[in-house]
Design a protein around this ligand. Structure first.
Ligand code: NAD
Length: 537
């Protein structure tokens, strides 16, 4: 569809994008302006009168830039991560930020498969030997992959493509993902199993999980040592999800036959990194998304999405907010943030996968479509276990895939007239449920209830949650340990023991800084403390 010249939007492309982006925009009747390498000051000038901004990762779209933009409707990021865009500032101004989450999945999956084949047949090592003048097979005898078992940890976008390709190579595929029940089969031919089972049975294990609190060190020392003897490991997801020292040890002891890393905890590694120098290890420089097709695909996708948004208002892959009129967004934005934070809180508080969410909305905000708050809640919750590209468009589909149901209702007699949100989250049928409720004071979200504890908590930053004996001096002991570690407490909310709680109380301590693992362990070791958890909001 070609908009008439009068409806033509001013589009500024600030980073080097594949030329297809300009072709797509031209097909839609636009004449984008390309200006790359602008400083922040220059961009502040250039952005005046611009309707759409297209970037990759080099341009920083700061709050200053967004505030200088008098007509900006949309910022399009060709790629996944939006760390270079101040999404909060964009939301406040009613500017939609969108990305292209799927553009590089195939390319990354193909790298994992390349690493698998290279590991099986020592391709890089053989090539190196030939260059060094050796034409010998000794030490380069490989293993067939036909009929071998591949364990895919993380069955998201990339993991599923890897599973599919591996079946084409005639491998048996096992899959593990906390959102899939062992025994269920969402992908033809993949046997869904527990992580321990997968590690014990797989000849090759490939990781495709995001890096977050639940996946940091997912392949811990114990798990690496539980892998099938002679297995090979591939990590093309994120450094930090594997205990690299444990892999090194397992290779040295001959428990593992090889490993391939496209990502490492510290990138770039030094040339003398103990994994890099090993002959049974392959390391590539975070090449996962680097193919001309992927670059072309993300440029093409973002151009189509931005053009469609300018023409019809449909915001595909919006990361910051549902498509709403700026004045409505302005009014409900703090409640959207509240709902998103509640999702993030519940996902961290409850370790098992959440299956059911009961969302109750009351007060002034109940006049708006509850769907907006449902989306914000799901986005906050899913971002804890998926990559950061969970957005207001794909969240319902991702939730459905994971068997999460959301029931909505309206509280006809709300305590907070301006608006309040309550969410009850449950795990499996019959499992325990957790509740969080909140409101907005001024424009600032607050939690007013967590389970049976009524409180007034600013849900941002680091929250230390304790379950402890309700005895004199316990809070003082917590404060002393934190104080000795130089961690400043911003606020303390205490939950008195409820009926039947047998003298057990809850503590919610907002902290300015994140305490180290050693500090958390010291707190956990206190006689009076039963449970301690850090929640990042
Ligand atoms: P995705 O969000 O589609 O899938 C991630 C999957 O991991 C989800 O299904 C989620 O349920 C699962 N998961 C979450 N916690 C888990 C746990 N504790 N154990 C097992 N599974 C868990 O993400 P994606 O697009 O498939 O990306 C996967 C990874 O690949 C991400 O870390 C991403 O950053 C990385 N990546 C790397 C490159 C590269 O250059 N090497 C390129 C693109 C993506």
């Amino acid at each position: 569809m070609n908009p008439s010249p009068s409806k033509r939007a001013k589009i500024l492309v600030c980073d080097e994008l594949d030329a297809i982006a300009l072709d797509v925009l031209a097909e839609h009747g636009h004449e984008p302006i390309v200006k790359t390498g602008l400083t922040e000051d220059e961009l502040v000038q250039e952005v005046v009168g611009v309707d759409a901004l297209l970037v990759r990762s080099a341009t920083k779209v700061t709050r200053r830039v967004i505030e200088a933009a008098d007509r900006l409707q949309v910022i399009g990021r060709a790629g996944v991560g939006v760390d270079n865009v101040d999404c909060a500032a964009a939301t406040e101004r009613g500017v939609v930020v969108m990305n292209t989450p799927t553009g590089n999945s195939t390319t990354t999956a193909e790298l994992a498969i390349s690493l698998l084949c290279s590991l099986a047949r020592h391709v890089p090592q053989a090539n190196r030997a030939v260059r060094e003048g050796s034409w010998k097979k000794k030490g380069l005898v490989g293993t067939e992959i036909t009929g071998k078992t591949l364990g895919v940890v993380g069955m998201g976008r990339i993991g599923r493509i890897v599973a599919d390709r591996a079946q084409g190579l005639k491998m048996q595929v096992l899959g593990y993902d906390p959102y899939l029940d062992p025994g269920s089969a969402p992908i033809t031919g993949v046997e869904v199993v527990s992580l321990d089972d997968l590690l014990a049975r797989s000849d090759f294990v490939t990781l495709h999980v995001p890096l977050n609190d639940s996946t940091r060190n997912l392949l811990s020392w114990e798990r690496v040592h539980r892998m099938k003897p002679g297995a090979r490991l591939i990590n093309a997801s994120r450094g930090g999800v594997v205990d690299e020292e444990a892999v090194l040890e397992a290779l040295e002891e001959g428990k593992l036959a090889g490993a391939a890393f496209d990502v490492l905890a510290d990138e770039p590694p030094g040339a003398d990194h103990p994994l890099v120098v090993r002959p049974d290890v392959i390391v590539t420089p975070h090449l996962g998304a680097s193919s001309s097709e992927a670059q072309r695909k993300v440029a093409e996708d973002i151009a189509h999405q931005v053009a469609a948004f300018l023409e019809s208002g449909v915001a595909e892959n919006a990361v910051n907010a549902p498509a709403l009129a700026p004045e409505v967004l302005q009014e409900i934005a703090p409640f959207l943030r509240l709902a998103e934070t509640m999702g993030a809180f519940l996902a961290q508080r409850i370790s098992a996968p959440i299956r059911k969410l009961e969302l109750t909305i009351g007060g002034g905000i109940a006049e708006h479509d509850p769907g907006h708050f449902r989306l914000a809640l799901l986005v906050g919750m899913l971002r804890e276990s998926l990559e950061s590209d969970v957005n207001f468009v794909n969240a319902p589909g991702l939730a459905k895939e994971r068997g999460i149901r959301v029931l909505e209702s309206v509280d006809e007699d709300p305590y907070f007239r301006q608006g309040q949100i309550k969410v009850r989250a449950s795990m499996r049928a019959g499992g325990r449920s957790h509740v969080v409720a909140g409101t907005v004071f001024g424009r600032e979200p607050r939690f007013v209830r967590i389970d049976d504890v009524h409180l007034d908590l600013r849900p941002s930053g680091i929250l230390l949650v304790t379950r402890h004996r309700d005895a004199p001096g316990v809070v003082g002991k917590l404060g002393t340990i934190l104080g000795e570690a130089g961690v400043n407490i911003r606020g303390v909310e205490l939950g008195p023991p409820g009926e039947g709680d047998d003298g057990v109380a809850w503590g919610f301590l907002s902290l300015y800084d994140e305490p180290s693992d050693a500090v958390v362990s010291r707190i956990a070791a206190l006689d009076e403390v039963d449970e301690v958890q850090l929640v990042r909001l």
